[in-house]
Design a protein around this ligand. Structure first.
Ligand code: NDP
Length: 311
């Protein structure tokens, strides 16, 4: 009997999925939510943005494929079954894109580009004292697939680089901090703070008045994790007071960022539209086919998230 894959995604084309499965896994039928038929026939789910509560009754679900690198969009749903494995989107291409984004914007902050662009608008020829990269301390929150790559790139450029994670890490050229106990010391030495954390109950709102106040005076901030890592009013207050010199933001609490948002017009803010990573969505089909094959062969799944940790 055919197994059924439940599909719901605003960003992916189901015809591409059907064509690939017809070639490589003919015994899987793809049904698009909400036309899902008998719920107990659903064995796999590739879902993003499905209304909450829709996992109810999917009693034979074997794998949930998260189209995102984070699984926060799934964890919010109280009907998510906690015993079904969740795989997430991990791609070298995305890691490289995110790493480039961090290097680009860290260098932009380091080399005073926002100030020079402002001076150019006023035809003002004025040199700003330039410290060496070795005098600038970068700090990356999250040392996972993406954060570690970004931290290594920053260290390679010459920044004195540290990382902060949940559990202990050791990496050459990166000073490693971890846990809530390590956060204060990590922040106090981060002139350029980069957030590449997953969104979990522990990390939501982690960039707030208290933590921003622990950064060195004039520090800058780059967020490419999730918008809800940041208490936006606290960030704006730190920018307005000049305590924070610049923020580059790829992610926001409300996306698309409303036209009324102060971030669009703030002189100390750079906005990009959640495109730091830019993964190849067609590779998500390969990842699903690979993991279905692994499950059927009794082999371990790849790119597994952990729903108890929330990432
Ligand atoms: P990983 O799961 O590989 O890594 C997560 C890292 O965060 C780990 O180092 C983990 O610590 C650390 N971490 C988790 N919780 C805590 C905590 N409470 N305190 C301190 N550290 C913590 O994730 P990825 O690197 O693949 O992706 C990270 C996030 O980036 C995604 O979840 C997503 O939100 C965001 N993202 C944004 C994109 C964009 O376009 N802007 C694109 C892709 C991802 P430990 O190592 O100890 O487990």
């Amino acid at each position: 009997m055919a197994e059924v894959l439940l599909f719901h995604s605003p960003y992916d084309d189901v015809t591409a999925w059907r064509a690939r499965f017809a070639r490589e896994l003919q015994d899987i039928e793809i049904r698009v939510w909400p036309d899902i038929g008998a719920r107990k026939e659903i064995a796999y789910a590739f879902v993003e943005g499905m209304p909450e509560g829709e996992f109810t009754g999917l009693e034979n679900l074997k794998i949930i494929f998260s189209p995102g690198a984070g699984i926060d969009h799934l964890m919010r749903d109280p009907s998510l079954p906690r015993n079904v494995p969740i795989t997430r989107n991990v791609q070298e291409r995305m890691t490289l894109g995110m790493t480039q984004y961090v290097a680009l914007h860290a260098l932009r902050h380091h080399r005073h580009m926002p100030q020079y662009q402002e001076q150019q608008r006023r035809a003002q020829w004025r040199e700003i004292a330039q410290p060496g990269a070795w005098e600038r301390r970068a700090g990356v929150m999250g040392l996972g697939a993406i954060g570690l790559s970004a931290a290594q790139a920053l260290a390679g450029i010459g920044f004195r680089t540290a990382g902060w994670s949940r559990g202990p890490h050791t990496h050459p050229d990166i000073e490693c901090f971890h846990g809530t106990d390590g956060l204060g010391a990590f922040l106090a030495r981060s002139d350029i703070l980069v957030c590449i954390l997953p969104l979990t109950p522990e990390t939501e709102g982690i960039v707030n008045a208290r933590t921003l106040g622990q950064l060195p005076e004039g520090a800058s901030f780059i967020n490419l994790g999730r918008g809800r890592h940041v208490v936006e009013e606290d960030l704006l207050a730190a920018l307005d007071s000049g305590r924070l010199s610049h923020a580059t933001l790829d992610v926001f609490r409300a996306e698309p960022l409303p036209a009324s948002s102060t971030f669009w017009r703030h002189p100390r803010v750079t906005v990009t539209p959640h495109r730091a990573g830019n993964s190849n969505r067609l590779l998500l089909i390969d990842q699903a086919i690979e993991n279905i094959g692994r499950l059927r062969a009794g082999r371990p799944l790849v790119n597994l998230a952990d729903s108890r940790r929330g990432y």
